[in-house]
Design a protein around this ligand. Structure first.
Ligand code: OGA
Ligand code: MN
Length: 295
């Protein structure tokens, strides 16, 4: 592939525009066809917009799994998904988020995996959690099934000085096992627990690119290190509630062909059950890029 065949080559008309979607997070990137390779400078420009807006939305993208895989690779190492055994492949790198029943294929209000409906940041139960996640809309309900993104910089900034000082230096234990428990999911198997032992991360992290501080919590958290269980539960519940108030949230209403990528280092996210799950299918293709150790 020569530069001439890539988007962003010198001969191209200006390749994209950035249209902010909300003051909290989110910008639409117009003018890019993600099925065509991007030049490195164009990838850098997309990454700049990503760091500034936390959530990027690309409309009308026609991508199969291979093309999504290729686009994702522009931003780093793609994560495997242990425990996603339903698709027949053990560790699919581009897997499917769906409310279709594994056996019947019909939409269900109780899909096997429903952790995506609770506030979280992806793979925080890993020692090296994810940098970003991409979802590409494949099948959408007629309305609803939105994805919500809560800005954890805003959550941190909204705390008082004394609250901030209380949290500085605290660490939270995150685990796959706690995540399954917190979301009422099928309990973790012994093998999954061995594969993913608990890890600890700072409760207040610093964005590696911008240096801004943010809260780092969500449903994968088991407890705050060194705190009594009740006090830890109370603190985490209080922080999560304050962190995810509407003023900190960008609500993404999906359109067919949307590809959305978000920054797991400074956002919590969840799907909204604001659609009839037992009637309508909601299917998205997902890729995750590995990040760095939170500090
Ligand atoms: C995810 C996720 C949210 C959604 O794919 O990591 O949490 O809207 N998805 O399904
Ligand atoms: Mn997620």
């Amino acid at each position: 592939m020569t530069d001439m065949q890539m988007q962003g080559a010198a001969t191209d008309i200006p390749p994209f525009a950035i249209v902010p979607l909300s003051p909290v997070a989110g910008a639409e990137i117009t003018g890019l066809d993600l099925s065509v390779p991007l030049t490195p400078p164009l990838c850098d420009a997309v990454m700049d917009a990503f760091v500034r807006h936390h959530v990027l939305v690309f409309r009308n993208q026609d991508l199969d799994k291979d093309r999504q895989y290729d686009f994702t690779l522009n931003f780093g190492e793609i994560e495997e998904h242990v425990g996603r055994l339903g698709s027949g492949e053990k560790y699919p790198l581009v897997h499917t988020v769906t409310n279709r029943d594994e056996v019947t294929g019909r939409p269900t209000a109780t899909p096997r995996t429903h952790g995506n409906y609770f506030w979280h940041t992806d793979k925080s139960y890993h020692a090296v959690p994810s940098l970003l996640t991409m979802l590409h809309a494949v099948e959408l309900p007629p309305s609803g099934g939105d994805t919500l993104f809560a800005n954890m910089h805003m959550a941190w900034d909204a705390l008082s000085g004394s609250e901030q000082r209380e949290l500085e230096g605290l660490r939270a234990v995150h685990s796959w096992e706690a995540s399954r428990r917190n979301t009422g999911n099928v309990p973790a198997t012994e093998q999954q627990k061995r594969e993913r032992p608990p890890v600890s991360h700072p409760l207040v992290r610093t964005h590696p690119v911008t240096g801004r501080r943010s809260l780092y919590l969500g449903m994968h958290v088991s407890h705050v290190e060194g705190m009594e269980p009740d006090a830890s539960r109370e603190l985490l519940a209080r922080l999560l509630e304050a962190a995810t108030v509407d003023e900190h949230v960008y609500r993404h209403a999906w359109r067919p062909g949307d590809l959305v990528m978000w920054d797991n280092r400074c956002l919590l996210h969840r799907a909204d059950r604001n659609y009839d799950m037992a009637t309508h299918a909601r299917v998205l293709h997902r890729t995750v890029v590995k990040g760095t150790v939170p500090v």
